[in-house]
Design a protein around this ligand. Structure first.
Ligand SMILES: [Zn+2]
Length: 708
């Protein structure tokens, strides 16, 4: 899939960057620099976000920490989020585009790797990854870049054929290694004309670097070759479905995947291989016939390369399943960043009733949850928890309107007692008192709508409720300065925005993430953080299958060229949600109370639970990582921490003896170091059997951490 922003990037080229060699100076301002900024990766002297073609002075001394802080930060423009399509004036998540995939050329003269010399003494190495491609439009490049960015691994892009790969790019002035690992987008870094985009000298410099610095290499989309220890044994095209199984070594490399899972490979070209010499080459993934799809090879010079033999983009399922294990390998299991799997469904309009959809649009029928729905929701939730991987923390999140719970508001108030009796099973969120549209509201009205509902929550003594969190009715009011002031006056600090309203659709106040797991400050007042929330195609005005199927097909009949069944709708819509989970995306999901209408005499069928069940089923078939359900204040905290991390211009260096990590920053941020269990250095979390130490860096810090 192509990032929608990439094609717009016609910003002028920045000249070479003196401090950082040519790695900084490619013609890739929009993406290249954005990646640097987004991963806290801007080097001193690199301009700190200066986009001007003459902005960087090659001969100037590196600025001091204070000087760097003065320079404005540039937001990331790279987004690997799934494409969301605007339909009938309403933005809805539709489908994932398949990646633009193509077979790889067999070069008539493949590049030769030769190690000119390799230094004996180990050197200090920066905890960064070098990503090399001749073409930012390549799916495999975008997949690798997206994975690094989603996890938060500092990295640089070298645009081969434009930037030069030489010693200046690879070693700093002290001779330290600039990169812990190297990722090539595809075999031979072949350009469109079928030749390698790296010169023979550059290949030699890379080979020497890998030998000198102990840097591992990944070829994200490889054609089998002697240099990878593989013999070509076949190929497949984008129309052919393949599937991969883990070998024993693959299960050790990807321990978070289900050992017996068949990993689907769809919509891409790829190759099958046989191992040349089992002493030097270890398959990680094989197909049903035992043909190799991914392998690690140790070369004669003792350098190591991991090759994936299938293409893939940022939302290709097979790529998303393996990306973490590949990055963990190339960094030898010690890297800046972390990955977590999140699932946070928010159900709006609790205590209200919903007008239901009808083909004619004239329905007067409504639905409002009952005590029976609540009982079945609780039973289903218990059952779901048993189906989620150990360590998961799933919770239904209820965005409620207190007015609907008042005596006399509705004839049957059984839902109120039932929900309040089980109140500590839920996360509760303020959806305002009576769901009045806030777009034209006054400051006083906005404040009252929030405050009255907070008072109700207090009166009920809700265990998991915080007046700082809100979902405004239909996400209204966020473009109104008075309303924003009212929300803030009532104590709101985080409000949900609609992630399907991208920058292209709503340039003044986009609802999506500017970069992975980052929210946007409200344009009227930055003290209100907007938390992007993903809509689903389970519509607010649907309570039963026929309504859902009718509305979905009314909206998307032209898109799909036919009507989809209920089962197909679930499959299509959870494909997107699965991709979000595997993108380590923290954004919550949107549902509504009518979706919790349970049908049938027994069992747990409702639009909401069918959708979650399908998603969880697909996930647990493939992945055995805990699924984390954060309440909204914790989601906002993840976003605030990630934004601070992206801004803090971190440099991290592993000492030559590998016993110390040196961290420097210009801002204040929390730095997650995965693979490090150092309680003395910061809070240690364990996830999927892997420790992450969260190191808090104060303003302009320089910190040394002992590696146990
Ligand atoms: Zn609502």
């Amino acid at each position: 899939m192509r990032s929608r922003h990439l094609s717009d990037s016609t910003t002028p080229v920045r000249n070479r960057c003196g401090w950082f060699g040519r790695v900084c100076g490619g013609r890739a301002p929009a993406l290249g620099v954005a990646l640097l900024v987004a991963t806290g990766a801007v080097q001193p002297g690199c301009g700190g976000g200066d986009d001007d073609a003459t902005g960087a002075d090659a001969d100037a001394a590196p600025p001091t920490c204070d000087e760097r802080l003065v320079e404005p930060q540039r937001p990331s423009h790279f987004s690997a989020d799934p494409v969301r399509v605007q339909v009938d004036g309403r933005a809805r998540a539709v489908a994932l585009e398949p990646p633009r995939s193509a077979p790889l050329p067999a070069l008539s003269l493949p590049p030769r790797r030769e190690v000119r010399r390799a230094a004996a003494a180990p050197r200090a190495v920066a905890m960064r990854v070098l990503l090399i491609t001749p073409d930012e439009e390549r799916a495999s490049y975008q997949a690798a870049a997206a994975a690094l960015q989603r996890i938060g691994v500092p990295h640089d892009l070298l645009l081969s054929g434009v930037d030069t790969l030489d010693d200046e790019a690879l070693y700093d002035d002290s001779g330290a290694c600039r990169y812990a690992g190297v990722i090539l987008s595809h075999s031979d870094l072949s350009a469109d004309d079928g030749t390698s985009s790296l010169s023979q000298d550059e290949w030699a410099a890379l080979a020497e670097y890998e030998a000198t610095c102990g840097a591992r290499e990944v070829v994200w989309y490889a054609r089998p070759a002697e240099d990878l220890g593989l013999v070509e044994a076949g190929s497949f095209d984008a129309e052919t479905d393949e599937s991969a199984q883990l070998t024993d070594e693959g299960a050790a490399r990807f321990p978070y995947l289900v050992r017996t899972a068949a990993l689907p490979i769809q919509g891409v070209y790829g190759y099958l291989a046989a191992v040349g010499d089992p002493a030097t080459t270890t398959p990680l993934l094989v197909n049903a016939d035992g043909a190799v799809l991914a392998a690690v090879h140790t070369r004669a010079d003792d350098t190591e390369v991991l090759a994936l033999l299938m293409d893939g983009g940022p939302t290709s399922l097979h790529t998303q399943l393996v990306d973490y294990g590949v990055i963990d390998w190339v960094t030898r299991g010690l890297f800046i960043g972390k990955r977590r799997i999140y699932l946070a469904p928010q159900i709006d309009d609790i205590f209200l009733r919903s007008l239901l959809w009808s083909e004619s649009g004239n329905s007067t029928e409504t639905y409002r949850m009952t005590a029976d729905d609540v009982a079945r929701l609780l039973a289903w939730t218990d059952d779901l928890r048993g189906r989620l991987p150990a360590g998961s923390s799933f919770r239904n999140q209820l965005a409620f309107n207190g007015q609907g719970a008042q005596p006399g508001a509705f004839a049957d108030q059984s839902v109120v007692g039932a929900l309040l009796a089980a109140e500590d099973a839920f996360f509760w969120i303020n959806h305002t008192w009576d769901h009045e549209n806030l777009d034209a509201a006054s400051e006083d009205m906005a404040e009252e709508e929030i405050a009255k509902n907070c008072d109700q929550a207090d009166e009920w003594d809700l265990t998991h409720f915080d007046c700082s969190e809100a979902v405004t009715p239909e996400i209204t009011g966020l473009d109104n300065q008075d309303v924003v002031a009212g929300l803030l006056a009532a104590g709101v600090r985080h409000a949900v925005s609609d992630a399907s309203y991208t920058e292209a659709i709503r340039p003044d106040n986009p609802g999506d993430n500017p970069s992975p797991n980052v929210g946007r400050p409200n344009p009227h007042d930055h003290s209100l953080l907007q938390v992007p929330r993903n809509p689903t195609n389970i519509f607010f005005n649907c309570s039963m299958q026929d309504e859902e199927v009718g509305e979905f097909n009314q909206l998307y009949r032209d898109e799909f060229g036919r009507d989809l069944t209920y089962d197909e709708i679930l499959e299509e819509d959870t494909r997107l949600a699965l991709s979000d989970m595997l993108a380590y995306d923290v954004d919550p999901l949107m549902f509504h109370q009518a979706n919790l209408r349970f049908w049938g005499d027994s069992g747990w069928h409702s639009l909401y639970t069918d959708w979650i069940d399908r998603l969880v089923g697909r996930f647990t078939e493939l992945v055995q990582l805990p699924v984390i359900g954060l309440e909204m204040s914790a989601i906002a905290k993840v976003m605030e921490e990630r934004a601070a991390f992206d801004r803090c211009e971190l440099t991290a260096t592993l000492s030559a003896d590998r016993k110390q990590i040196h961290l420097e920053s210009t801002g204040t941020c929390v730095v997650p170091i995965t693979g490090l269990d150092a309680p003395g250095a910061g809070e240690v979390e364990h996830y999927g059997g892997v420790p992450t130490t969260n190191v808090t860096l104060p303003y302009c810090a320089s910190v040394d951490i002992d590696v146990p």
